[in-house]
Write a protein that binds this ligand. Structure first.
Ligand code: GYE
Length: 337
């Protein structure tokens, strides 16, 4: 709470016998959250997680700005929070670069910044980052595909990739990770285009792929669930079968409930999870700062790898064996999102 507000609250409380409900808001910690947008199921889960954790009942006043995938609007939102003199700023950076100036402005204003989900790669003027290792997700996808192809006797990989928003760290990490394994194994990546993490984007890219690469591909990698839904519609319309019983191995990243249901139903072949529920960890960071402690600079979310069939039970990444879980109704029911 800001000092000025506190003084007003005290003065006003003195004038008002039933001050508690009216002035309770003055004790709240104000947080400005510059969210990427509303492009996907993952994003909706991320927003809902922040709104649930940073509620008035929990002692917060959350100023939420949906930046609609517009980097200039996101910088403007952060500057607006500086002007409002909020207590903390949370940024989920649409793109990984272009941040140093505005983060310096936050620093000069004495407002701690917490970065969530996507990373900022050209400045370290933030307290903590809470998110996922996108490079590992991309490598996991590649290692799973390698083991799956071997087990299924798929001799040649001809892959089409639908990437996420260009320049976002999620797109960069997932692309680099998958490409790394593809190169090691001499796979053929026919094309890799931006679907902007949306269902429409995924559908449009897949429609053009179906025309340009008719009969030439047997793997489609979508960098999020919603792109995969769009790709399914495009493939259905083009008469291409996908999933564990189809001609095309179809993979997505994220693993929100609708995608996990699709995985169970046998539309998707595998899903590489990215956990959107960062807000509880962000709250821990804020509580540490409130207590004068120094939080960790990097905090990683826990995530797993899932497949429709029980064909590949584990993969090895950086020498560490990691399980691949077969999606069942039981596994689905136990999930939080
Ligand atoms: O994969 C996608 C969302 O940044 C990890 O953004 C996030 C990505 C997520 O739009 O669905």
């Amino acid at each position: 709470m800001k000092k000025k507000l506190a003084l007003i609250a005290v003065a006003a409380a003195a004038l008002c016998a039933t001050s508690m409900p009216v002035f309770a808001g003055d004790d709240l910690i104000t947080i400005g959250f510059a969210q990427v947008g509303h492009e996907s199921d993952w994003r909706t889960a991320s927003t809902q997680s922040a709104q649930a954790v940073f509620s008035a009942e929990n002692g917060y006043d959350l100023q939420f700005v949906d930046c609609d995938n517009d980097s200039a609007a996101q910088l403007e939102a952060v500057r607006g929070f500086i002007e409002q003199d909020v207590d903390y700023i949370i940024i989920d950076p649409i793109v990984a670069t272009g941040w140093d100036t505005v983060l310096t402005e936050c620093e000069d204003a004495g407002i701690p910044v917490i970065v969530i989900d996507r990373t900022i790669d050209d400045s370290d003027k933030y307290v903590s980052w809470v998110g996922s290792n996108f490079l590992t997700e991309g490598i996991a996808c590649g290692e799973w595909l390698k083991a799956y192809a071997e087990a299924k006797g798929i001799e040649e990989i001809n892959a089409l990739v639908i990437e996420g928003t260009n320049g976002s760290s999620a797109q960069i990490g997932r692309t680099d990770g998958f490409n790394q394994v593809a190169e090691e194994n001499g796979w053929n990546i026919l094309d890799s285009q931006d679907g902007d993490f949306t269902q429409n984007g995924g559908q449009e890219v897949m429609e053009s792929y179906c025309k340009s690469y008719e009969g030439q591909f047997n793997v489609v990698i979508c960098q999020n669930d919603n792109e995969a839904f769009g790709a399914m519609d495009a493939m259905k319309a083009a008469g291409v079968s996908y999933g564990p019983n189809g001609d095309v191995v179809l993979v997505s990243f994220d693993g929100n409930r609708p995608a996990m249901e699709s995985l169970l139903a046998g539309d998707l072949t595998a899903v590489f999870e990215c956990n959107p529920l960062a807000a509880p960890d962000v709250e821990k960071v804020i509580q540490q700062l409130e207590a004068g402690e120094t939080p960790e600079k990097e905090i990683y979310m826990v995530e797993g790898w899932f497949a429709n069939e029980d064909v590949v039970s584990s993969i090895t990444i950086d020498g560490e064996e990691q399980p691949v879980t077969q999606m069942t109704q039981e596994v689905l029911d136990a999930r939080a999102y």
